[in-house]
Ligand binder design. Structure first.
Ligand code: NI
Length: 392
């Protein structure tokens, strides 16, 4: 229970750090104040920092004093969301229309606490722990910037782990599973176009809205008729823009949608399926078509051996009954997946923040506030995991 005790001793500081960050939220790639604050707190524990050459983000480095060993990277995210906070707490956001509604203030405080705990154990550790505080997780662009800045290099990282606060488990619990955990997220923009004309004389032009309507219907058959029923896929058309008046057949209809998959080969097949449908429908209705398909983040796929290590750490610091195994992955996404492509020995877990008997808080809600009760469990699991990896 040693690390659990160390984490409990850090609780007041972690809570104070979280409140400070919560009060001063910053959007993705604008986390200057948060970056400066993180550096200040790392310095208090004598953690060295590698210059990244990026405006925001921090890489803290702790070398064990027991000689060479593996490199373990632990990751948190720094950014807030563009929404107005409605919590009535003394440390509510000072910035209008920006708030920590996804708990990244909690993740950052947890990783700061973890850095302090592991720093106090460095005489027993070998190898290296890197504390990675990345910008812009919400836009899913921060991880790539950090990878380009070399956070996984010199020497190459052997393991990486991360967490997210979650309504899927109770305070004091962690939820983790092997294999797929979260989905890939790609974006599709489909444009149907024609000459445009008078609404009273449709036979003199072609109608991109009609093509768009058929396309929306046809897309539903990708999941139901083209993908194996045992594979999980979401294709959602979430935006349709077209037209300006009740009597003008517009020149364009633009559809935007998101594609989520858990399986790489299924993911690769979707653009062709969209293309076939767009081309066939455009031809049938005499329109032109265009598909712009952008690959976003890959799926989060947990390595079984790293999951086992995290489970073991969780069982030590939380108790065996508090490590839970959700049966299903999530179709949401995380840019942590980019690190996983580079460091296959990696895993991501959910940290419970549901209070027993109370409704699960909603992420990205104006009343969301990361529960301070999850700070100790989070820091204890990450610390125990890294300590285990670097003392064996
Ligand atoms: Ni988040």
């Amino acid at each position: 229970m040693r690390i659990r005790t160390l984490a409990e001793a850090k609780q007041p500081e972690m809570a104070a750090w979280r409140h400070q960050i919560h009060q001063n939220p910053e959007l993705g790639f604008q986390e200057q104040k948060t970056t400066a604050f993180v550096k200040k707190v790392l310095k208090q524990a004598d953690i060295s920092m590698r210059p990244l050459g990026t405006p925001t983000g921090v890489l803290g480095i702790l070398r064990g004093e027991q000689g060479p060993g593996p490199v373990v990277v632990l990751r948190a995210d720094l950014d807030a969301l563009p929404m107005q906070e409605e919590n009535d707490v003394p440390y509510a956001s000072h910035t209008a229309n920006v708030m920590h509604a996804c708990g990244h203030d909690g993740h950052t405080a947890i990783l700061l606490g973890t850095a302090h705990i592991l720093a106090s154990l460095k005489s027993q550790l070998r190898g290296e722990v890197r504390f990675l505080f990345q910008p812009a997780e919400e836009t899913l662009h921060g991880a790539r910037q950090m990878i380009e800045a070399g956070v996984l290099d010199d020497p190459p990282a052997d393991y990486i782990a991360g967490l997210h606060g979650s309504p899927l488990a109770e305070i004091g619990q962690m939820a983790i599973r092997r294999g797929p955990v979260m989905a890939s997220a790609d974006m599709a923009v489909i444009t149907f176009s024609a000459a445009g004309g008078h609404g009273a004389y449709p036979h003199r032009t072609r109608d991109p809205i009609l093509a768009a309507g058929h396309f929306i219907t046809a897309v539903q058959s990708i999941v139901s008729r083209q993908v194996n029923a045992v594979d999980s896929v979401v294709v959602s058309i979430c935006s349709l823009e077209s037209g300006s008046a009740f009597n003008i057949i517009p020149r364009q209809a633009v559809l935007k949608g998101t594609v989520r998959t858990l399986n790489k080969s299924v993911r690769q097949g979707i653009p062709n399926m969209l293309e076939e449908k767009a081309a066939g429908i455009a031809q049938a209705f005499g329109c032109d078509w265009q598909l712009e398909y952008t690959q976003g983040v890959p799926a989060v796929q947990n390595d079984a051996s790293v999951v086992d290590q995290l489970v073991e750490a969780g069982q030590i610091v939380l108790g065996p009954e508090n490590v839970v195994f959700p049966p299903d992955p999530l179709m949401g996404s995380e840019d942590f997946a980019f690190y996983m492509e580079k460091v296959p020995k990696s895993a991501f877990f959910q940290l419970g923040f549901v209070r027993p008997g109370q409704p699960a808080p909603n992420l990205h809600n104006s009343h969301f506030n990361f529960d301070d009760g999850a700070l100790v469990p989070g820091a204890a699991v990450l610390s125990q995991f890294a300590a285990d990896m670097l003392t064996r």
